[in-house]
Structures are given as structure tokens and as C-alpha cells.
Design a protein around this ligand. Structure first.
Ligand code: MCA
Length: 518
């Protein structure tokens, strides 16, 4: 049996494959049928197969969001290669690391970046660099046009790696989480049942896809959900609250990070009328404020379903889908991320590894079919993240209630989540400390009305040096992705330290917590 994930997705396509699978919703509408997805991904897969690449070669992709990028992902699955998506905001120094670490056989980037990315790729030994733009142009599609629109997916086992998703590391070095065909399929199948995706015969769901395509949320949870159910997607290259509201009446399912919900609530045209045909609003990737949950319900009559997952695990828990017969008897509760998904084992470990009782706070650990295959070329890091008895240590801290419902209360790792993107302070501090005149720095996350948390830096200038905070922000924008750049930089004579010499970040967070209030 071929366990290539594409086979399962293809089997779920509707019988009439000339129906629309994806309609682009910003700009001039474009309609992609299921046949288009199958044919175009076959052509790109055939192009890759013609390159005679070693098994498990990586295809690293940094492009703007487009339906063609989704088709490229499907093609990589079909060709049995490993898909490595990168945030389109990453800059040269970040790309150097990712390309050096992944050693991809193929790189696909936007034409505007070809000059510098192809040089980095060439130095890393990559033999094939193609371009793909968001207007259906670029050398990838030109080359693929010469290939057949028929292809038999390369046989893969469930354990074969389908993708590497880079996650930020506590020390500043990103780690590539390897997810297999089986990890992704099992998770998508569980969510299909749990969230009650409706087949075409049951009226059919329509998903608004407005998330980036380089993270687990947009690429797997959203796209796989629609593809595995043969559901149409209304496709937004970029989230815009007004534009999304205008198309909501045609949709039934929406997925977003909390920032998207905050922005929808700020949009005057958004409300119960726009949501009249909606069935499910799902939130994840960052904590959803109880206030947002409450306001949303008051404004629309809909209760947001919050769920929890990670790049290393795909989805782990979900609040119940109360319309599904399998749902537990309790509703969706603000501030909790729900119950372990079927097949996921979840435990809360206390100090010394003892198991916590309901209500007791401890480290969240998990086991199950969607847990990743390890970090790419980092066996020691992989070993560190698993307990001796094989449970993955999520790094999140929380407690279960007597029904098994999980509430997250913090993280054991020093992590900021800004607008759904993870930012590790150590990485940003590394860049700040290289700036002229900077002696040391501390990066923290503080509450932000739009992004949930915003990155803030406290800098200590070197004796005799003058440091301009705005110039520091401008300098960092040249070097790293914009979402990691501090929204505010303040100067200090020294950083507060405890008796062990460790910077007291909790104190700094307290001092700066009102930075964006109001
Ligand atoms: C953009 N900017 C940000 C962020 N995004 N700053 C902080 N945090 C952010 N998240 C900055 C840019 O650098 C730029 O700065 C300015 O905002 C405008 O940029 P633009 O791209 O126009 O921003 P936007 O379109 O308003 O984007 C905001 C966004 C986006 C829509 C919230 O960040 C987003 O799509 N977030 C979703 C991320 C996501 O999908 N996460 C899932 C990963 P300047 O003007 O200074 O240049 S986590 C995951 O997959 C796990 C497993 C899970 O459970 O889901």
C-alpha cells in the first residue's frame, strides 16, 4: 500500500473533479478545479522526478502565498521529496542558516529574491533554484509545463518524512521538526471527524483560507482539512478584515490566530449578518484572550473553538465541536484548549516526574501518532525533548480539570508569541548585541492589543557610547524578519539581575507591561 499522503488527499477529491476547489478572493478571481490541482501538481512532480534526485531530498520554498505554492507542496509530496517551507519575511542571514542546515536539492523563491537566494543556495551545493511568483509566473511553472499531467505518487511509508518545519530554538538556532506522511494524515483524519467537516452531500463546507502557507496552521490544519474533505477554499493571499467579512456569507469554516479575531472585531461591517452561514470559527497558535472570546460571541452568536498544537506535534487538543455526535458533553470554554484529540495521550508532569492530579500545575507531555520524527540532524536535541519513557515534552505548562480539559498557563521556555509567530528572545538579543555601541540587551514580550504580545528590547549602551533606539530598530529590520524586530527599544544603565547573575525578565516584563496599553 502506498502511504504517500497525496494518495489519501486525492482519494478525497469530489467525484466531479471539474468543480471549483479554490477560488481566489483578493483581486481578480481565479478558479482552480480539483482537476487543476491534480494535473498541475503532477506536472511539477514529474519535473522533480526528471532531476533524478536522491530519495528524501529537500525542496526549500520561500515564496509569497499563492495557490501555486499549495500545488508545489502537493507536487513535493507526490514526488516523495521533503517540503521545507520558510516564512516569506526571512532575510539573508536567516536564509543562510536554513539553506545551510537543510542542504536542499531544490530551492524555490520569488523572482525578486532570485539574485541573493540563488547565491546562498549555490554556495550550499543546491543544484536547482527555480522562481515562483504570486501571479502564476516564474521558471518553476515554465519548466513544469513541458511535463505530463499524469503521475503516480512515489511510494512512501507512514514513517517517511514529508516535511521539515523550522521552529525557533531557545538558544537562537532554529530546529527542523521532521513530520512524516503518517503524522500529517493521522492528524488530518482525526480533525476531519472531530470538527465535523461536512461532505458535499451534507451541504459541503467552504473554508476561508487567510493564513500564511508556511506554518502548520495554514498549510496543514487549514489546507489538509479542506482537501481531505473535498471542500472548496476561498483563498486570501493576505488577511484583510474587511475583505474577509465581505466573503464570509459564502463560507462555513474560518481558521485564524487570535490577531485575526481581534481585527475582525475591529471591522465595522463584521457581525452576525456576515456570519449567518458560518458553522465553525477555530483559533490557535497563540492564547485567545477571554475578552476576545466573549466579545466575539456577543457580536456574532458564534463561540470560537480554541485548539492547541505545535510544529513538532501538529494538533494535540481541541475544544469540542458541539454539533458533532462524538463531542464530549461540555461546551467550549474560554481560556482552555480543550481535550486531547482521539489517539493523543496527554499527561501533566510535576517536579521529579510525578504525575499531577487534576488542578495541579505541571509540564505538558504528549504521545501519539502525530508526534514528529525528531529534529533534522539534531539527535541530541531530539533526545532532550523526550522523557525517558518516550513522551514529548511540549515546553508548555498547564493543568487538566477533572474531565481532562487542558488549560495552558505558561511556558517553561523563554518564548514570545506575536501575532501567531514564535520569537525567541535569545535570537533577537544576539542581533542587538552586535550593533555598534550596545553592551548588552534583554528582549521580552509585553501585552499588545493587536499582536497579543509584542517584542520589546531593553538595551544597555557601552560606556561612552550613544545608542539611538530608532536606529537600532532600523538596523534590525535590515537583518531579520520584521515580526522579530522589537516594536519598542528603551535604554537602561544596567539590566536587573538576580543573585545568580541571571537577567530578571519577569521584572522587565512588569516594568514594560503598559508599553502598548491604550
Ligand atoms: C507582521 N508584522 C508583525 C507580525 N506580522 N509584527 C509582529 N508580529 C506579527 N505577527 C509586522 C511586519 O514586520 C511589518 O512591520 C508590519 O507588521 C506590517 O506587515 P504585514 O505583513 O502587512 O502585516 P500583517 O499582514 O498585518 O500581518 C499580521 C498577521 C500575520 C496577519 C497577524 O502576522 C499573520 O498572518 N500571522 C499568522 C501567523 C501564523 O499563521 N502562525 C501560525 C504558526 P513594519 O511595518 O515595521 O515593517 S504556529 C502554528 O502553526 C502552530 C503549530 C499552531 O498551533 O497553529
Amino acid at each position: 500500500m502506498n502511504n504517500n499522503l497525496y494518495c489519501a488527499l486525492r482519494d478525497a477529491f469530489p467525484k466531479d473533479i471539474d468543480q471549483t476547489a479554490i477560488e481566489t478572493a483578493d483581486g481578480e478571481p481565479l478558479f482552480y478545479t480539483w482537476r487543476d490541482l491534480d494535473r498541475s501538481s503532477a506536472m511539477i512532480a514529474n519535473l522533480f522526478q526528471s532531476l533524478d534526485l536522491p530519495a528524501d531530498s529537500r525542496v526549500l520554498v520561500q515564496t509569497d502565498k499563492s495557490v501555486e505554492t499549495l500545488i508545489l507542496y502537493l507536487a513535493v509530496l507526490r514526488a516523495g521529496l521533503v517540503y521545507v517551507p520558510l516564512n516569506s519575511a526571512y532575510q539573508a542571514s536567516e536564509l543562510e542558516y536554513f539553506i545551510g542546515n537543510a542542504e536542499p536539492a531544490v530551492v524555490v523563491c520569488a523572482s525578486r529574491d532570485f539574485g541573493w537566494i540563488s547565491k546562498i543556495a549555490f554556495r550550499a551545493g543546491t543544484q536547482h533554484t527555480y522562481t515562483l511568483d504570486d501571479d502564476r509566473s516564474g521558471s518553476l511553472l515554465q519548466r513544469a509545463a513541458h511535463h505530463s499531467g499524469q503521475q503516480v505518487p512515489v511510494p512512501r511509508t507512514s514513517a517517511d518524512v514529508a516535511t521539515i518545519i523550522y521552529t525557533s530554538g531557545t538558544t537562537g538556532r532554529s530546529k527542523g521538526a521532521m513530520l512524516s506522511h503518517g503524522n500529517l494524515l493521522s492528524n488530518a483524519q482525526v480533525l476531519k471527524t472531530l470538527w465535523g467537516w461536512r461532505s458535499a452531500a451534507e451541504g459541503g463546507d467552504v473554508l476561508i483560507h487567510a493564513l500564511p502557507l508556511f506554518h502548520v496552521h495554514g498549510l496543514f490544519v487549514a489546507s489538509h482539512g479542506a482537501l481531505l474533505n473535498g471542500s472548496k477554499m476561498l483563498w486570501f493571499a493576505k488577511f484583510d478584515a474587511r475583505a474577509v467579512t465581505a466573503r464570509l456569507p459564502e463560507a462555513t469554516v474560518f481558521m485564524g490566530v487570535p490577531t485575526l479575531y481581534v481585527r475582525l472585531l475591529a471591522e465595522p461591517s463584521f457581525g452576525a449578518v456576515a456570519c449567518r452561514n458560518m458553522r465553525l470559527f477555530i483559533s490557535g497558535s497563540a492564547p485567545l484572550l477571554a475578552e476576545t472570546f466573549r466579545q466575539f460571541s456577543e457580536r456574532t452568536g458564534h463561540t470560537i473553538l480554541e485548539r492547541y498544537g505545535m510544529s513538532e506535534t501538529v494538533m494535540l487538543t481541541s475544544n469540542p465541536n458541539t454539533t458533532s455526535p462524538e463531542a464530549p458533553p461540555l461546551g467550549r470554554i474560554a481560556g482552555t484548549v480543550g481535550f486531547a484529540l482521539p489517539g493523543v495521550d496527554l499527561r501533566i508532569s510535576g517536579d521529579g516526574g510525578s504525575l499531577c492530579q487534576p488542578g495541579e500545575i505541571g509540564a505538558v507531555e504528549v504521545r501519539g501518532p502525530s508526534i514528529f520524527q525528531g529534529y533534522w540532524r539534531m539527535p541530541e536535541k531530539t533526545a532532550e525533548e523526550f522523557s525517558a519513557d518516550g513522551w514529548f515534552k511540549t515546553g508548555d505548562v498547564g493543568h487538566l480539570d477533572s474531565h481532562g480539559r487542558l488549560t495552558l498557563i505558561g511556558r517553561s521556555k523563554d518564548l514570545i508569541i506575536s501575532g501567531g509567530y514564535n520569537v525567541y528572545p535569545a535570537e533577537v538579543e544576539g542581533y542587538l548585541n552586535e550593533l555598534p555601541g550596545v553592551d548588552e540587551s534583554a528582549v521580552i514580550g509585553v501585552p499588545h492589543p493587536d499582536f497579543g504580545e509584542a517584542v520589546v528590547a531593553v538595551l544597555v549602551p557601552r560606556a561612552g557610547s550613544t545608542v539611538d533606539p530608532q536606529a537600532c530598530i532600523a538596523a534590525l529590520k535590515q537583518r531579520i524578519a520584521g515580526f522579530k524586530v522589537p516594536k519598542q527599544v528603551t535604554l537602561a544603565d544596567h539590566l536587573p539581575r538576580n543573585a545568580m547573575g541571571k537577567v530578571q525578565k519577569a521584572l522587565l516584563r512588569e516594568q514594560h507591561r503598559a508599553a502598548f496599553a491604550g
